[in-house]
Design a protein around this ligand. Structure first.
Ligand SMILES: [Zn+2]
Length: 146
């Protein structure tokens, strides 16, 4: 509780995205978490759904980037998030390089036929960590220089 705050009370959605922003900002850099990791690649494959524009999303995190692995649901009106932070940090801690699994969105959708319906969108994830820069066969690309 913040005493004496005259700020407008944020809506749940606003405070949630603010929390995410702060959490991302405070996340350690990848190189701080695991000095020998040169790239973490995350691929999300969402369950086939005609309402989705894209079924897969890929992310690559390089050493100077924030090691924050929480991704929003593929549905724009859903407040669900897929938290892979624990999985990735587990990999980095143990030196393992691969993990995969399945998740189901636990968020609620504000739009659609049923207001506030539970989303339940299924997805699978694949995470690979590149530890040695001389390693071959990686699916990580050099950081874009734009
Ligand atoms: Zn969702």
């Amino acid at each position: 509780m913040i005493m004496g705050s005259r700020r407008k009370r944020p809506t749940p959605a606003e405070s949630d995205s603010e929390r995410q922003r702060v959490a991302r900002m405070r996340a350690p850099l990848l190189r701080e978490l695991q000095a020998s990791a040169t790239c973490v690649s995350v691929k999300l494959t969402f369950a086939v759904d005609t309402r989705l524009e894209q079924e897969t999303r890929s992310f690559e995190i390089h050493p100077p980037a924030r090691a924050y692995f929480v991704y929003p649901c593929a549905f724009g009106d859903c407040n669900g998030r897929h938290d892979l932070d624990v999985v990735v940090r587990g990999l980095l801690r143990t030196g393992a390089t691969q993990a995969s699994g399945a998740l189901q969105c636990g968020g609620h959708r504000s739009g659609g036929v049923v207001q506030g319906a539970r989303c339940g969108l299924g997805l699978t994830y694949t995470i690979s960590v590149q530890l040695d820069p001389s390693q071959t066969g990686t699916n990580c690309q050099p950081a874009a220089t734009t």
